[in-house]
Design a protein around this ligand. Sequence first.
Ligand SMILES: NC(=O)C1=CN([C@@H]2O[C@H](COP(=O)(O)OP(=O)(O)OC[C@H]3O[C@@H](n4cnc5c(N)ncnc54)[C@H](O)[C@@H]3O)[C@@H](O)[C@H]2O)C=CC1
Ligand SMILES: CC(C)CC(=O)C(=O)O
Ligand SMILES: [Mg+2]
Length: 357
Amino acid sequence: MQAKRVATIAILAGDGIGPEIMAEAEAALGEIAAVGGHRFDLVRRPIGGAAIDALGCPLPSETLTTCRQADAVLLGAVGGPRWDKVDSKIRPEQGLLGLRSGLGLFANLRPVTPHPALFGASPLKPEKLEGVDLVVVRELTGGLYFGRKLELPDQAEDVCTYTVAEIERVVRRAGDLARARRGKLTLVDKANVLATSRLWRRVAEDLVRREYADLDYEVVLVDAMAMHLLSRPTDFDVIVTENLFGDILTDEAAMLAGSMGLLPSASLGEGSRGLFEPIHGSAPDIAGQQLANPMAMLLSVAMMLRLSLGLDDEAGLLEQAVWDCVSEGQVTRDLGGSLSTGEAGAAVRSRLSQVAA
Ligand SMILES: NC(=O)C1=CN([C@@H]2O[C@H](COP(=O)(O)OP(=O)(O)OC[C@H]3O[C@@H](n4cnc5c(N)ncnc54)[C@H](O)[C@@H]3O)[C@@H](O)[C@H]2O)C=CC1
Ligand SMILES: CC(C)CC(=O)C(=O)O
Ligand SMILES: [Mg+2]
């Protein structure tokens, strides 16, 4: 176990299943603090729809300030039908977008490592899933989600803009990651149609030629990638792509793992402070029923322990506890189990105390 650590963690539970899965994240952190002798100061703040209801805006300044002062940020999910009126100018999702850009978190790492015990939960055949181990590095603070928007009664517009600097920094992050892994980097774009994609392709190819010539580098168009992810997922190591494409492809990739409730993510900028959240949303269809799978949230906690707090051993123990429970069938309904969110979280904590002993 590593040296004792005191850390401040901003806790943003958000909406829908957010509070249910965050309760399990907090409890797991309590267990890890007890096991390792660490002190985690949890500072809870509203975001998204909960913040709109309480304070009238999806990202209150106190929430952003708390996150800027914290060593790391954990987020559940935001959004839901309550705030989804088509003509609404204030939306929960703006809170999350504002947080990502406000903290300068331009690289979103989404690992996809299907576990053999869950091969049956994926629509793909086990022989396709054996050996799948990839990371999507999604650009997180540019592109269509952040461009100028025009909404008129009979016309609408979303502007997609990328600069050389925005592309270089995220491709460099992906290149470093590929070099530390299996040495393969795949750029996904739509350069046959989009000007921004042609810029991505030129900048990425230049950068790879200059700084990452040792990598096995390929370029795939995004529509074909949607197919390749299912037909040859073992061929990929690190995939780098723009904001929108990365968002869509990773929901698809969740089906390799078996459930939306299994994929964690880390959003990183230049410093060590990151934002850690499952890739899924607030799942209004199951919210408030203790049906949510907390594993993606717990795996996000593990990414936080490793990447922002430097607690590699604890991260490994938590991941082992999650996969042990999964292997034993201690899982929620989405994976064919019968455990509630709270029971699945408790199973992981119980396993954690065993593996740490
Ligand atoms: N990072 C965030 O906060 C995100 C927020 N959203 C928001 O979430 C709301 C719902 O969006 P949807 O399109 O329904 O996507 P979603 O990811 O919330 O749900 C899609 C499907 O996956 C299931 N699912 C998701 N997480 C699960 C979990 N942990 N355990 C078991 N099943 C799970 C849901 O029940 C649903 O059937 C929207 O308001 C959307 O804007 C969507 C994606 C990301
Ligand atoms: C702003 C979010 C709702 C976008 C999203 O779906 C995601 O980040 O996964
Ligand atoms: Mg998404």
